[in-house]
Write a protein that binds this ligand. Sequence first.
Ligand code: ATP
Length: 229
Amino acid sequence: MNAFETPVLEAKNIDKFFYNPTETQVLKKVSFTIKRGEFVSVVGKSGCGKSTLLYILSTMDTDYRGELSLDGELISGKSSDYLSKLRNEKIGFVFQFHYLLNEFSVLENVMIPGLKLGKYAREELEHRAIEKLRIFDMQDHAKKKANQLSGGQKQRVAIARALINDPLLIMGDEPTGNLDKKNSDIVYNKFKELAADFGQTMLIVTHDPEFAEGTDRIIEMEDGRVIRQ
Ligand SMILES: Nc1ncnc2c1ncn2[C@@H]1O[C@H](COP(=O)(O)OP(=O)(O)OP(=O)(O)O)[C@@H](O)[C@H]1O
């Protein structure tokens, strides 16, 4: 199997239980594969388990049953140090709230995951950060502090930040959830561009039916199960 055929992400029979105070199973035998270059959305009613699933897929929650592979490597059971390194190298995150650091400039914010990875020299990283900001038409704002931007601009910077290490996979939890229609459309169009122009693999949880309809594939969940994909 060559690198392009290796699935980016493979979930097999993922079960998740919470125990407070009684045992509840919130994910039930969730299985699917994300191929390279796919733009996939995860939808379903509130409480069906989308965020719980994303937390597991992103390697942040290791307390589950089943098997998870990233880029052909079985990662279930790996140590948290190992997973944290892998996450930084291979996954870019976009959340509902941008989590930019207000005391830092836009440029510095975009550079942060790159500094953590330690793969690029500072000058190269700055250059990369400008390039990523350019994709989102935010390069002219590079020197501003994050709190000088509008909500939509902050979210565009957050996506640029997610791209800084050229991740294998972008994962998003409601990336347009906190935006008005106009900004939500801008962010959505940027995701479409990333898929079309860069073949970026993306897995995005969304409540927005229009967003989901625009993706290559919709994974629909109900009561902890995948009911359609
Ligand atoms: N820490 C926890 N302890 C116990 N139950 C939890 C915990 N976190 C989530 N749950 C429960 O797990 C189920 C799935 O929650 P989850 O947040 O994954 O749903 P969701 O589909 O992302 O919902 P939303 O669309 O509202 O964000 C819900 O019934 C929720 O109450």
